[in-house]
Ligand binder design. Sequence first.
Ligand code: G6Q
Length: 546
Amino acid sequence: MPQPIELPIWAELQAHHQRISGLHMRDLFDADPQRFERFSVEAGDFLLDYSKNRITDETLPLLLRLARDRRLEAWRDRMFDGERINNTEGRAVLHTALRNRSGRPVFVDGEDVMPAVRAVLQRMRDFSARVREGDWTGCSGQRIRDVVNIGIGGSDLGPLMVCHALAGCDEQPLRVHFVSNVDGCMIEQVLSDLNPETTLFIVASKTFTTQETMTNAHSARDWYLRATGDEAGIARHFVAVSTNREAVAAFGIDTAHMFEFWEWVGGRYSLWSAIGLSIALAVGFDAFEQLLDGAHWMDEHFRHAPLERNLPVILGLLGVWYVNFFGAETHAILPYDYLLQFLPNHLQQLDMESNGKSVDRDGRAVGYATGPIVWGAPGINGQHAFYQLIHQGTHLVPADFIASRRPRTRLTHHHEIVLSNFLAQTEALMRGRTRDEALALQRAAGVSGEVIEQRVAQMVFPGNNPTNSLIVERLTPHSLGALIALYEHKVFVQGVIWNLNSFDQWGVELGKQLASRILPELRSGRLEQAHDASTEGLIRYLLAKR
Ligand code: G6Q
């Protein structure tokens, strides 16, 4: 497969960029009162307004040609059909099967995976109902009050984000906590408030070998045993979510209390699998199913909507437009919704671990930029922290603004404030403030002389900073599922354009290997391996200070 930059359409896009990069969006809006209607799409739970982008009528058709020349639709179908498109690990990529609500079979090597998917969902339904209703009791016969999910990366970020988003202000029978960091402070802090007789631990690990998770799981077990002395009770207080039955048994968890998933589910795509058990416990299995329904809705939209009205395709191509033609190095995710507080963290992993690569799926060095640095925080808080750089700094920061139309809070006057800021910021980032406008403001305030020039220089905002406005009808399990799946497919679209395997993560290996060499040195107090002078100096320093 040729690299994208070898395609004629790439040169056409470069030429188009040269023609339009000097245009200001303020002028494009002035010239076209229909710009919003022409550059927005309503679909399902969403309105996507992408009119505040540096595009003209020609841009999207050219980007769509790029997508077609990269055979996006064929790649998409290969993913949904269970082909082993994760070529470097020889695996299919089927998180979409986990939320396949259509009754359609999905085959991997001739075997339909759907019966096994449905069987695990049924087990999750039964188990979560028993725990939530107080039917599953702890070792002393008391009902479970707290659940601790022990996992990291893909076995943490997705469920944490969803639990926070869906719990909202509603009363729930269980409190769900997350322990990910192996720094002992985290588990100590979480456990300090809990009663071992009413706490259930979920050890969530695809491999069941992850150092951080296994260390935390052992500390949790020690804590439980120190308090109760009841080995047999472990069965009532520890369950596992994994693909590795042997390791679960070796840890001492009865495999009858193991919730299975499969190698064709990538960690950062796994919240739809049994890794979502903490979600089902936190908000109930019905809500978990609605989350799956929403993601399935987005899968169907991605598969069937024409590319020009296809939400993940539009978002993916606009991202490529900025990364490859404007040289943008970053992309911000700015939810105007407290409940989506952890969405930027989840999307950061999803995007950066999937497309943060410089070798393509065929093993060639890429000669073009790939995944941007994805970051973000709730927009309202960001306004008081880092928006200064987006408005007046020297970097181009394309951003997604996400808000709900209908609030979850009863304090609706708060929601109006949130929305007014959402709208004002995207307007400000698009329009900016000209020198004349700044001058007029200062004159009206009675400023004159030297001060006015000084002030005006600081008060000019260049504007022309691209944003997408994504309005979710209301944050529900369904719309949240669709929202997450939207970003999964956006990442997929970009991976296809850049010819990447978005489903491996070889770049996390080296650090893990080196840590496993250094740990024995810290433990024994002896330097045994050759290191560079800096690393050796640091190890000697740490050992000498013990
Ligand atoms: C995700 C990554 C990574 C993974 C964690 C936890 O795609 O592979 O974040 O989820 O390293 O792995 P385990 O679930 O195997 O403990």
